[in-house]
Design a protein around this ligand. Structure first.
Ligand SMILES: CC(C)(COP(=O)(O)OP(=O)(O)OC[C@H]1O[C@@H](n2cnc3c(N)ncnc32)[C@H](O)[C@@H]1O)[C@@H](O)C(=O)NCCC(=O)NCCS
Ligand SMILES: Nc1ncnc2c1ncn2[C@@H]1O[C@H](COP(=O)(O)OP(=O)(O)OP(=O)(O)O)[C@@H](O)[C@H]1O
Length: 191
């Protein structure tokens, strides 16, 4: 089974992914694939330097994600060009996963990019936008940057209406793990 996990930035996707991993799922995170490509894939690095200039290449090699992130959210044409470099490479990676076994794949833009048909089941982790901003600020992102990314995404309430299952993550981590436990018992029990 391949599950697509989505939600807004900072809603708790990685936290949910860890809970699935503890319950025997293999996991893949599209953001991590992007990070690996930007750190060490020569073709990706060359294309991104071509787009943003040599100043985004770090001395030790690889792309400075913070610098790119600061300039690209709010510059829609550039962001689309960056996505055109990265998305086909990321898609190739998760679409070539083995058919066997249980996989949870974190795909932030699952619904924006209409990829839901490529997974057996979709889950959205929902947090109130206020909670999203607070969590991102706690992680060191400033409010303007947080809002720029959130504004570029489909509102999480809309994602929730499109998903097969929704996990609520405005409460405690134990409330979240209870929901994951209950969801796992549903999707693993043959109907
Ligand atoms: C701009 C980049 C370099 C910033 O890197 P940074 O380490 O700061 O952020 P990270 O990659 O960890 O992303 C964190 C979150 O930002 C949001 N985000 C990232 N890219 C996008 C995007 N194109 N559109 C909307 N939100 C996005 C997602 O919620 C994601 O979970 C990087 O996010 C990137 O290359 N984005 C374009 C590729 C992409 O669309 N990635 C999303 C998953 S495939
Ligand atoms: N229920 C919760 N209570 C308190 N903190 C939480 C809760 N859920 C997640 N967090 C914290 O909020 C932050 C964002 O969570 P997480 O990294 O899981 O979200 P994400 O959706 O994967 O984020 P991103 O979109 O940036 O990849 C993390 O620091 C995490 O530890």
């Amino acid at each position: 089974m391949k599950i697509g996990l989505t939600g807004g930035i900072g809603c708790g996707k990685s936290t949910v992914s860890k809970l699935f991993a503890e319950n025997g799922f293999s996991t893949l995170d599209a953001d991590k694939v992007v990070h690996e490509l930007l750190a060490s894939d020569p073709g990706t690095i060359a294309a991104v330097v071509d787009l943003f200039g040599p100043e985004v290449e770090k001395e030790e090699g690889g792309i400075d994600r913070e610098a790119v992130g600061k300039s690209v959210f709010g510059d829609e044409p550039k962001l689309r060009e960056l996505e055109a470099i990265l998305h086909p490479r990321v898609r190739e990676r998760w679409q070539s996963l083995p058919d066997s076994g249980d996989w949870l794949i974190e795909i932030p833009l699952l619904f924006e990019k209409k990829l839901q048909k490529s997974v057996d089941l979709s889950i959205c982790v929902f947090s109130d936008p206020q909670t999203q901003v607070e969590r991102l600020e706690q992680r060191g992102m400033n409010r303007t940057q947080a809002l720029a990314r959130m504004n570029r995404q489909m509102p999480v309430a809309e994602k929730a209406t499109l998903a097969d299952y929704v996990l609520l993550n405005d409460g405690s981590q134990s409330f979240l793990s209870e929901q994951v436990r209950s969801l796992l018992s549903k999707i693993r029990t043959p109907q």
